[in-house]
Design a protein around this ligand. Sequence first.
Ligand SMILES: [Zn+2]
Length: 419
Amino acid sequence: MSSSPVERGQLQKKQPRPSFFQRINSIRKKTPQTIPSDNSAQSETENNSGQGNRTFFSTIGNFVGFSLESIPGSNTPEMKAIELCKSIGWDNVSFFQLIEYINELRLSKTMLSFNPRINSYENISSFIKHYFSNDCVAAILRQFTTLQEPSVCINNGNECFGIAIIHALMSCPPFIKYVGQKQPETEIDHIIRRIVAQYLVNWHSIYITDLVSALQFEKDSREDAEEFFRRLSYAFFNSDFGKINCTKKLVCQRCNMCTLTRDENTRLMLSCNQKYTTTIQEVIKFSAREQLVERKCYVCEYPYAKIKYLYELPNVLCFSLASLWTGSSLNFIGITKNPDFSPFETEQPTESNKYRLGGVVYFRGAADERNNHYFAEVLYSTTDPKEIYLADDQRDIVRIESLSQQITEKPYFLVYYKK
Ligand SMILES: [Zn+2]
């Protein structure tokens, strides 16, 4: 391209700055051959990354083309990408411009030569931090608000406990919305925003290593998925998000004296009366029942009271099933996809309070503790029935017909959400 800065300056004075697509089209008209030759290479790269049918970005890439090659002064894909967004300004970039940006980054030498089986996050961490800058992340979170399928998260060494939780949370639209709307203040806020932004653009080498270390987990230590969620929610969720509050109601069985105690930010107390198999809906009903307990009334000193737990449940509801498995003969818990949590919320359930299943985190115990493993099954799509994906960092993301049969692994942690 030959237009000098002076010429371009004059052009801008005469007429408003052309839109991205106008620029693309004018470049295309002048140099129609800049587009096709590399396209096949790009879609092959995408297919070779082992992520299944991810045609969306390559399709858009073909549509927008490799137009940035024609912007003067840009040599490498990442330079072109930065130049484009700098010229437009991160506040103004559009959905398609961001796709173009991401497609260019995928073609950078750093990413093309990167192999997670050989290299580790340390080899690309500065690249990711630079090109997924805070401004870029903010633009992505503004423009991409829904997810159609999970992205691959790469395990950088004993991180499956965190990766499985992240996969389960990502499948909940209210979580994505929360991340987009929460004003970032802390380092953890920025790390989570960067991970979610990569997930939203289906970036092909997402790591949660920074998050694992920011949450004070030691490198390579065997950790617990529920503990990862607990630390994440303390560090990242504000008082309105993801927190369960509970009011304990005690009624004396003689004088009807009623005592209320409120616990904020607590857990669901789950129990089960079935011997071998149960479902989440049965567990909810049973756990929410009124129970007779030994509790001395402070007015009449009668020793028995009825107790009932009443919960205020958040839009994204996460809880562990560990207490159900411990010391029980249960061997199967049917994961209800749209359970009614209203027995937990009111004394006389009136209207149903249905949640949708976002993801299930499974635990597979091994004889050698070092081989314990967590993975997730996550539900996506706006249509029913939803598509179920197995998100296991030991293999590629695959679509599956139904939730796990629970032969070698147990559902351990559930994430539900309400729109
Ligand atoms: Zn009493």
